[in-house]
Ligand binder design. Structure first.
Ligand code: C2E
Ligand code: MG
Ligand code: MG
Length: 323
């Protein structure tokens, strides 16, 4: 049982407000997991109002075209080439400026708005990759990675939606990779397993995103044949600080390779991290060291200036000196 508590010391006169505050506290208690309690405080109310406002704005944001898809290059260490991009949605809020996806994706997920938003992102990203493939020959072998949240993944008509988008945008299925977090893999085991199989039969690739932050269960990795494992940035930040982390990351890389998957390290920011990852045979990296997520126009410029798509001697404007 979860309990929300309001103390009578808080100045509230109306019974409705008392109940509303108890409900807000209860919501916080539920967020803590099962069998927990929370005592209401004024900050909880402020946050609840902010969240409600954000939810209202989010409902209008799609119609008002306030979203934008950015693209972050993923770099192959051995070939020194960009192997693809990850599509990351941005919300340019009219008064609050850019709102982080970490803030609005969970609200979109809770309210179901993610279905419409996610489908829009997928369409934009597929159309963008197809357009690059038409302009730059090096993009033919590139893959566009698109994040898929739990609610999106559980949609009954997900496969039809993806097929329609691929057909409308002309993007070959081999050029699309869907990023799914560990927790989604764990949801409804058999249904998920069947869906992953169908997605793969279409020729689309699958990545396990943020590996290491959730259950990190080895048994599901074996059951769900993913193509790529993305090691969460929290491990990468810790690489230099704590040598134990290097051992963990190395073990993850070995495991992934044994299961036939390739590995991408997320959040690579320093040359030291890059060297450590290279030494343990991690093949791909993504992070600010190379490039932050770029607007579609900036990404096109990057592809134009480096039309060979290689990193070469003259890094692609990447900050890494070890390349
Ligand atoms: P993610 O899929 O793990 O994406 C990687 C996040 O790490 C992105 O944050 C990216 O900007 C950030 N990042 C990349 N390199 C570095 C680095 O070197 N250092 C640091 N500190 N961060 C780095 P972002 O764009 O804020 O997105 C956060 C999360 O929101 C994503 O995590 C993903 O779970 C979700 N998200 C973003 N776009 C979408 C979307 O279109 N659909 C869905 N369902 N989720 C999305
Ligand atoms: Mg991702
Ligand atoms: Mg991730």
């Amino acid at each position: 049982m979860s309990i929300g508590i309001v103390l009578s010391t808080i100045e509230v006169r109306r019974s409705e407000s008392f109940l509303r505050n108890a409900d807000i506290a209860l919501h916080h208690a539920k967020l803590n997991g099962k069998a927990s309690y929370e005592i209401f405080n004024a900050e909880m109310h402020t946050r609840a109002v902010e969240r409600l406002q954000l939810e209202t704005d989010l409902r209008r944001a799609i119609e008002r075209e306030e979203f934008e898809v950015c693209y972050q290059p993923i770099v192959h260490l051995e070939t020194r080439r960009v192997s693809g991009f990850e599509a990351l949605v941005r919300w340019n809020h009219p008064t609050q400026g850019q709102v982080s996806p970490a803030k609005f994706i969970p609200i979109a997920e809770e309210t179901g708005l993610i279905v419409k938003l996610g489908s829009w992102v997928l369409r934009q990203a597929c159309a963008q990759m197809w357009s690059w493939q038409q302009q730059f020959s090096c993009c033919h072998s590139m893959v566009i990675s698109v994040n898929l949240s739990g609610r999106q993944f559980l949609q009954i008509d997900l496969l039809e939606q993806i097929e329609r988008i691929l057909s409308d945008t002309h993007l070959p299925p081999q050029s699309l990779k869907l990023e799914i977090t560990e927790s989604v893999f764990m949801l409804r085991g058999e249904v998920t397993q069947a869906k992953v199989k169908c997605i793969k039969e279409l020729g689309i690739q699958i990545s396990v995103d943020d590996f290491g932050t959730g259950y990190s269960s080895l048994s599901y990795l074996h059951r769900f044949p993913a193509d790529t494992l993305k090691i969460d940035s929290s491990f990468i930040y810790q690489l230099a600080v704590n040598p134990e982390n290097l051992a963990i990351v190395e073990a993850i890389v070995v495991l992934a390779h044994k299961l036939g998957m390739d590995v991408i390290a997320e959040g690579v920011e320093t040359n030291e991290q890059l060297e450590q990852l290279r030494a343990i045979h991690c093949e791909q990296v993504q992070g600010y060291l190379f490039s932050p997520p770029l607007s579609a126009d900036e990404s096109t410029k990057l592809l134009q200036t480096r039309s060979s798509c290689g990193v070469g001697d003259q890094p692609w404007g990447f900050r890494s000196t070890n390349f």
